[in-house]
Design a protein around this ligand. Structure first.
Ligand SMILES: Cc1ncc(COP(=O)(O)O)c(C=O)c1O
Length: 404
């Protein structure tokens, strides 16, 4: 698909900013996005602040970093200022949200799908001890979660629907509008995990009307670990009182009041203790880069590249397991293998050729171009993959898989 946006987009204009691209074909952006050079400037600033400003650094950006950098991420997802805060990871965010909910009434059902990222399941399953009932919607094919099944599971007893925007395994993009509409019809909340969409699929939290979204900076945001974000709809924000809390969530933290929490107004109330400033600073380099490129342009380029790759792989006899309709998938393409082929061995064999991808059971090899990917790199990937299949050379790498 060639559109005005893709004709104008030039990956060469961005490549020099990412050192790793000089060394390999980097197609694993759904796992860890490439590091922009500007991270070094951010870390230098952090270093100078700590080294030369000492304790004064808290008042010169450190204490407020979870909210100021939250606002930066907020611009990527069209969140109003003062609605996004930064935390260490999505698991913690899900726990904080859960800790603000009351499971002691009839409305205590949590609805998620069997293809949600497992860390989120662990958090919600743990809420059974607090009275939560879990309803897990099973995927019929391991790739999709039909909207009708999700909507049918959401009823008047549903408290919250924690789901993924784009599924990590198959890249299937859920019909969020329909799920939010159903949830709101019966008075339930939706917590949308946008880890696999933020930075590659345009998101407008206000247009979606979603209650909360979360995600991290590790993948498509090119921001590295330790900088996850939580958006809360403004009217909802004022009502939440998480029991996972701390002095950063207090209305007057430096008054050191005794006793019970007195929650701050606005995004601060979703925080707890001192922020991991260094990770937030580093991540802001990625956030700024994504804003500069623009998610609309990234998406157009991504669709063009993944469509070309899908056609190429199909011609070569590979089965692409992610949805064929680009509107129904995120930035990743998943390539199915035959039963007697070993996915992790293929990944290792590709790594030997300096092509970085990964593999997930059931879905297959995950391949993710980003705005800095050349069309020729995907052609090269398809060529090498075919050659590995034809030669059987991947067998040399069985049991040599790594951890990513
Ligand atoms: C959809 C999704 N949610 C969550 C995570 C990870 O959560 P955490 O930030 O807790 O490591 C991932 C991937 O690492 C993911 O793909």
């Amino acid at each position: 698909m060639t559109t005005r946006a893709t004709r104008k987009h030039d990956p060469e204009a961005w490549r020099l900013r990412f050192p790793i691209l000089e060394t390999c074909t980097y197609l694993v952006n759904h796992s860890l996005g490439a590091m922009p050079r500007s991270v070094v400037d951010k870390l230098r600033h952090y270093h100078e602040q700590w080294a030369m400003r000492g304790v004064r650094a808290w008042a010169e950006g450190w204490w407020e970093a979870p909210v100021t950098i939250g606002d930066l991420v907020g611009r990527i997802v069209n969140a109003p200022e003062g609605t996004v805060v930064m935390h260490q990871n999505v698991s913690l965010i899900q726990s904080i949200v859960a800790s603000a909910l009351d499971f002691s009434t009839r409305r205590n059902k949590v609805v998620y799908s069997s293809l949600h990222f497992p860390t989120c399941m662990y958090v919600w399953e743990a809420q059974k001890r607090r009275g939560a009932r879990i309803s897990m919607v099973a995927s019929p094919d391991g790739i999709t979660v039909p909207t009708e099944l999700m909507c049918a599971a959401i009823d008047e007893e549903t408290l919250i629907v924690p789901i993924s925007h784009v599924l990590y395994k198959s890249s299937y993009k859920q019909d969020v509008e329909a799920i939010v509409a159903r949830a709101h019809e019966v008075g339930a909340l939706v917590l949308l995990d946008c880890y696999q969409s933020t930075g590659t699929v345009p998101i407008d939290v206000q247009a979606l009307g979603v209650d909360m979204i979360c995600g991290g900076s590790v993948k498509w945001l090119c921001g590295g670990p330790g900088a996850a974000f939580l958006y809360t709809r403004p009217e909802l924000l004022e009502t939440l009182e998480p029991s996972i809390t701390g002095w950063a969530a207090h209305a007057d933290p430096f008054a050191f009041e005794l006793g019970e929490q007195r929650y701050a107004q606005g995004p601060w109330r979703m925080l707890h203790g001192s922020p991991a400033v260094v990770a937030l600073y580093a991540a802001s380099a990625g956030h700024e880069t994504i804003l500069e490129v623009g998610v609309e342009a990234i998406r157009a380029w991504s669709i063009r590249l993944t469509e070309e790759l899908r056609a190429d792989l199909s011609d070569r006899g590979f089965r692409v397991t992610s949805p064929a309709d680009p509107e129904r998938r995120g930035g990743t393409l998943t390539v199915g293998l035959a039963e007697d082929e070993d996915g992790p061995a293929f990944v290792k064999a590709l790594e030997q050729e300096s092509i970085l991808v990964d593999h997930r059971p059931d879905a297959g090899i995950r391949v993710s171009p980003h705005f800095y990917t050349r069309r020729s790199e995907l052609a090269e990937f398809a060529e090498v993959l075919s050659a590995l299949r034809a030669s059987g050379k991947w067998k040399d790498f069985v049991d040599r898989a790594g951890v990513y």
